[in-house]
Write a protein that binds this ligand. Structure first.
Ligand SMILES: [Zn+2]
Length: 319
């Protein structure tokens, strides 16, 4: 019997550990009590012999009533084709390799995998848990083992790779092989070739950078458990999307005015219809300036307007 795990959920701090916790859905009212009982079992160190292996997590829970209960949660390993995608994505970005070597799972790596239909972290419902006392479903024993696994995965994200079928050293050696086969990869990543730093002579603006637009800025928000102070994460995902939109306008060189306009339109879209004062308040801008900008957008056909003067309401035109 290995050392019992006594750490609490508060020790799960990193995004992938929190996302792992969220993968076991105990949000239904009927599950609340089982989740509490499971958390209590976990806290008192009832979980032992936790094992994370390709395709499954297993663990034992010592209980007063049911004796020693074995828990299994199955997760489908990635196919060889899917591993091929993982290898090439990691090979394509030096910082992905650097992250994995430093015990970090880069969020952008998970996002890019998901864009290709590969969920490295099991989403809600993807775990198929069962226990020898209760059969299938999220019983207290399953919850306890799931938490113990979260603590371990939080500390060592390479366990996620192992769970999906391959040890990290294998993934990294495949990445090295893929890089060797494609010599110009590094040049694409850092684009400082041709002596760019020498030519620049201290002028940073001489260095070409290639900002990339985030395709899903609120990805992480949706993959973490809801923050304790929010009932609904929708406003938060909207905020991330609007901030990313503004950041992109700045990065793309449209300047602060372009970013302001984009933010104004994003706010208007989020509210469906709104008046000048509400938009100015939401954006912390001067109402007269917001009105001028909205009237300009109205003339350009980018927004619709009903009413006039103080009572005018605006609505974004669907694009
Ligand atoms: Zn059980």
């Amino acid at each position: 019997m290995s050392e019992p795990l006594r750490d609490g959920e508060e020790l799960v701090r990193r995004w992938w550990g929190r996302a792992w916790l969220a993968a076991l859905d105990t949000s239904a009212p009927a599950d609340a009590r089982r989740a509490q009982q499971g958390a209590a079992l976990f806290r008192r160190g009832a979980v032992h012999d936790l094992q994370i292996a390709p395709g499954r997590v297993t663990g034992h829970v010592v209980t007063d009533r049911a004796g020693d209960v074995e828990v299994t949660a199955e997760v489908a390993p990635l196919t060889d084709d899917e591993w091929e995608v993982v290898t090439h994505l990691v090979a394509d970005r030096l910082r992905f390799t650097a992250g994995l070597l430093n015990g970090v799972l880069p969020v952008e790596l998970a996002e890019r995998l998901e864009e290709r239909g590969i969920a490295l972290l099991p989403g809600p419902g993807a775990l198929r848990p069962s226990c020898t006392a209760d059969g299938r479903g999220a019983c207290p024993h399953v919850v306890a083992v799931h938490r113990a696994a979260a603590v371990r995965i939080d500390r060592d994200p390479s366990l996620l790779l192992w769970l999906r079928g391959r040890p990290q050293h294998r993934v990294l050696s495949d990445v090295r092989a893929a890089r060797g086969a494609d010599d110009d990869v590094d040049a694409e990543v850092v684009d400082l070739g041709d002596g760019a730093l020498d030519v620049a002579r201290g002028d940073v603006s001489q260095i070409t950078v290639h900002p990339e637009r985030s395709r899903d800025p609120a990805w992480l928000v949706r993959h973490l458990p809801p923050p304790p102070y929010l009932d609904d994460v929708e406003p938060l995902t909207g905020l991330f999307e609007r901030a990313a939109e503004a950041a992109w306008r700045l990065a793309a060189g449209d300047g602060a005015a372009g970013a302001d306009t984009e933010l104004l339109l994003a706010e208007l879209r989020a509210r469906r219809t709104a008046g000048v004062q509400a938009l100015a308040d939401a954006l912390g801008r001067d109402p007269a300036e917001v009105r001028d900008e909205l009237d300009g957008l109205y003339e350009d056909g980018a927004v619709l307007r009903t009413g006039s003067g103080e009572r005018a309401k605006y609505r974004a035109v669907d694009v």
